[in-house]
Design a protein around this ligand. Structure first.
Ligand code: ZN
Length: 135
């Protein structure tokens, strides 16, 4: 079980990672821009990532599935690079948080779809986009 992170914990983690890592440090994980959601690029080396936490609330053991509602104010859409990261909303409420072991950058990942359609998605975590919005 990985550690549950609420919006506050997530923001702290993101700020810490951003402070530690020079934004310009080149790394294999930045080859494809991941500012917005992307299907996980084939170039990405899975073994380079370490899971450090989850945004899936521990309450969901007993409850029905987390909501599929999205929080997309203004002109943002699911794919926008500036779409807010609202941990209670889809798809963030299903994400786990991963750290690149070479550069320390943080990423969110989840599996989109089900049945015959399964797509692993990844997005870079940016502290400034995190919004603690209630459902
Ligand atoms: Zn990296």
């Amino acid at each position: 079980m990985s550690e549950y992170l609420d919006a506050t914990a997530l923001r702290e983690l993101a700020e810490q990672a951003e402070a530690e890592q020079a934004a310009s440090t080149p790394c294999a994980c930045t080859k494809t821009p991941l500012d917005g959601w992307q299907s996980q690029p084939l170039s990405l080396d899975e073994t380079q990532f370490v899971e450090i936490g989850t945004l899936l609330s521990p309450d969901y053991g007993a409850e029905p599935e987390p909501t599929f509602s999205e929080y997309l104010p203004g002109a943002t859409n699911y794919w926008s690079a500036d779409a807010p990261i609202a941990p209670r909303y889809f798809p963030y409420n299903r994400c786990s948080v991963w750290r690149c072991s070479s550069c320390g950058r943080l990423y969110l990942r989840y599996t989109e779809g089900g049945g015959y359609f399964v797509d692993r998605r990844i997005r870079a975590l940016r502290s400034t986009l995190i919004e603690d919005v209630p459902l």
